[in-house]
Design a protein. Structure first.
Length: 359
């Protein structure tokens, strides 16, 4: 084997054109070690080899980081574009060990002077994602942990540009009813699924083969983070989807969300069609400051958090960390008053009942 482990670190050893190459990959994970070994082989084929003490450049680490951490994600194209921006602004041959606050600050200021594709100024959130969140911060962590490269101490919160506070949108019962009533009939079942389960726009339009009727669940594939997520379904939704899947398969349609045409044929509903119809429905309902799909996820996430707690909400929403779920933990007045019931020994259910009786 060309790779072997010595302690916690993988080493390479191979022969090319009668010459032996061996050394440390500085990696603790075999997948990362394979990437380093591949790079050494390519350099050897070109007439040179990476020495054990090689100075790692930003370009080299960026390539390894993307292959190990970004290439298999659904957002791979966005990550690649942001890495290219970072490498362009800092310099491909810049040594990773020399990247510190001054270098990063200079790159941030240079990025702020650039414009978006539409010609407008870049938002602080975009600059933070381009140069910190999806690039330098995880890449330098990767370099330190897996390549054993000494990294300068960086206080990221002092480098980040200020961003507006995260926005979560919820709706009243009347707003939801009006929104739904202004949708075409064939879009309403999709709307109900959004409100109940809090899925993202692309996740709601799953294929029939993603639904397991026996287990009562649907597998949401290729999500934002690139992983799959199993979503449990309520019994009434299992029955509804079973009927829809039966009709879809009979019509040779891959999705359970269907529109029946005037001639009786069935056509699949697309997420683009739903977003367009939802935007029109919001306008007709007079609901301002609302996005046509993602704000339904915010609303559902808030309700799930309120009723089931943070851990249940995290599992249902498919968040990798509970930090993402915590943004939806904003109780309303009734929640606060119900929580105060402990002062006189009341249960939460008793407190809520008394609150409703006093309204």
């Amino acid at each position: 084997m060309s790779l072997y482990k010595r302690g916690d670190v993988w080493h390479y050893s191979f022969t090319l054109k009668g010459e032996r190459y061996r050394g440390s990959t500085h990696c603790r994970l075999k997948g990362d070690a394979k990437l380093v070994e591949g790079r050494v082989r390519r350099q050897a084929e070109l007439g040179g080899a990476q020495s054990q003490e090689e100075d790692w450049t930003l370009g080299a680490v960026s390539d390894l980081f993307f292959a190990a951490r970004g290439a298999d994600k659904k957002s791979a194209d966005d990550i690649a574009a942001r890495l290219a921006t970072t490498v362009r602004l800092i310099g491909r041959k810049t040594l990773v060990s020399e990247i510190g606050p001054k270098v990063i600050q200079a790159a941030i200021q240079a990025r702020r002077m650039e414009t978006s594709r539409r010609g407008g100024p870049l938002s602080n959130s975009t600059v933070n994602r381009d140069l910190i969140d999806q690039t330098l911060r995880p890449m330098l962590r990767f370099a330190a942990h897996n390549l054993e490269i000494p990294i300068r101490p960086i206080v990221w919160r002092e480098l980040r540009l200020p961003e507006p506070k995260g926005r979560t949108r919820t709706f009243t019962t009347q707003e939801l009813a009006s929104w739904r009533a202004n949708l075409p009939v064939w879009h309403r079942p999709v709307f109900d699924f959004f409100v109940r389960y809090g899925v993202r726009l692309g996740e709601a339009f799953f294929r029939c083969d993603a639904v397991n009727l026996e287990r009562g669940e649907v597998v949401l594939r290729a999500r934002k983070a690139g992983d799959d997520h199993v979503l449990p379904l309520l019994p009434e939704d299992v029955s509804d989807l079973a009927a829809r899947i039966g009709r879809a398969r009979a019509a040779d349609v891959g999705t359970p969300w269907l529109r029946e045409m005037k001639d009786g044929s069935l056509r699949p509903i697309t997420y683009g069609g739903f977003a367009w119809a939802s935007r029109k429905a919001l306008d007709r309902a007079g609901i301002a400051d609302a996005r046509p799909a993602h704000d339904l996820r915010h609303h559902a996430a808030t309700e799930i958090t309120r009723r089931g707690g943070l851990k249940a909400a995290q599992d249902l929403l498919g968040h990798a960390t509970i930090v993402s779920t915590m943004r939806y933990a904003h109780p309303d007045r009734d929640d606060l008053l119900a929580a105060l019931g402990h002062k006189i020994g009341h249960s939460s259910e008793f407190s809520r009942k008394k609150i409703k009786e006093n309204k």
